[in-house]
Write a protein that binds this ligand. Structure first.
Ligand code: AMP
Length: 114
């Protein structure tokens, strides 16, 4: 079943996109939990990191590279960012399409997670 993120990829619903290429999309989280809160997702329908396998390794590596690109673009690569993925319902995953939360506060505030 199509998730809300599939609909964002298909441009059926709007999102504040910050980066897009053939394999990946990054857009602002609708309910930000930090001054910078962007979601980085693959365009391929991987449910979560815990359901991925070695065939997904190239796209997973690409998503990590995209994190640096987005951090550069938003000016937080130097100050630093936190990358979180909730892999599975037991970890709090709500949208069943793999995503990395990129969280940053250039002012040095406390970020969610640990
Ligand atoms: P998770 O709990 O790890 O599955 O995170 C899902 C995230 O998706 C939450 O932080 C939501 O705020 C975010 N989210 C849900 N719907 C949208 C949307 N339409 N656009 C942007 N972010 C969304």
């Amino acid at each position: 079943m199509a998730t809300i993120f599939d609909k964002i990829i298909a441009k059926e619903i709007p999102a504040r996109i910050v980066y897009e290429d053939e394999q990946a999309l990054a857009f602002y989280d609708i309910a930000p939990k930090a001054p910078v809160h962007v979601l980085i997702i693959p365009k391929t329908p991987i449910v979560g990191l815990n359901t991925s396998d070695s065939s997904d390794s190239p796209v997973l590596a690409h998503l990590l590279a995209v994190a640096n690109t987005v951090a550069d673009q938003l000016g937080v690569r130097q100050s630093g960012y936190r990358l979180i993925t909730n892999a599975g319902v037991g970890a709090g995953q709500e949208v069943m399409h793999l995503h990395f939360h990129l969280l940053a506060d250039p002012a040095g505030g406390k970020l969610p997670g640990f």
